[in-house]
Ligand binder design. Sequence first.
Ligand SMILES: [Zn+2]
Ligand SMILES: [Zn+2]
Length: 127
Amino acid sequence: MSAVGKVTFAMIAEGTRRALERRGDVIAKALLFANDTKKEERLKEMLCPGCAYGGGYLAGQALTRWNCFACGKEGMHHNTAVPRLCLECAKELALCCRCLADINLEIRRRVRIRKGEAKRKTTVRRR
Ligand SMILES: [Zn+2]
Ligand SMILES: [Zn+2]
């Protein structure tokens, strides 16, 4: 048997095709992060770049009841990866609704609560 053994041309072709695909996926994802390509869509959903582009969170397929961390409002989510903030609170606090990161990834020194929030005596837990 030669050095190639069971290696066939087809295997090499297939392996190379898949490797190129993986390379392309990683580059595309890196470009998404680097250029914030879908910023408008991600801000509509109040997701930080990590949650919008990173993905990869595990979710069970079950309609799940959840409560907003800020206003306590109850909602239903289409899977078990429930958000932490409702869209309104996420917008008001400028936080990612899923992971509570600053929506612009700016490092904050403290929880910033705007006037309207303070009046409703809403507390935002620091994580
Ligand atoms: Zn809320
Ligand atoms: Zn996030």
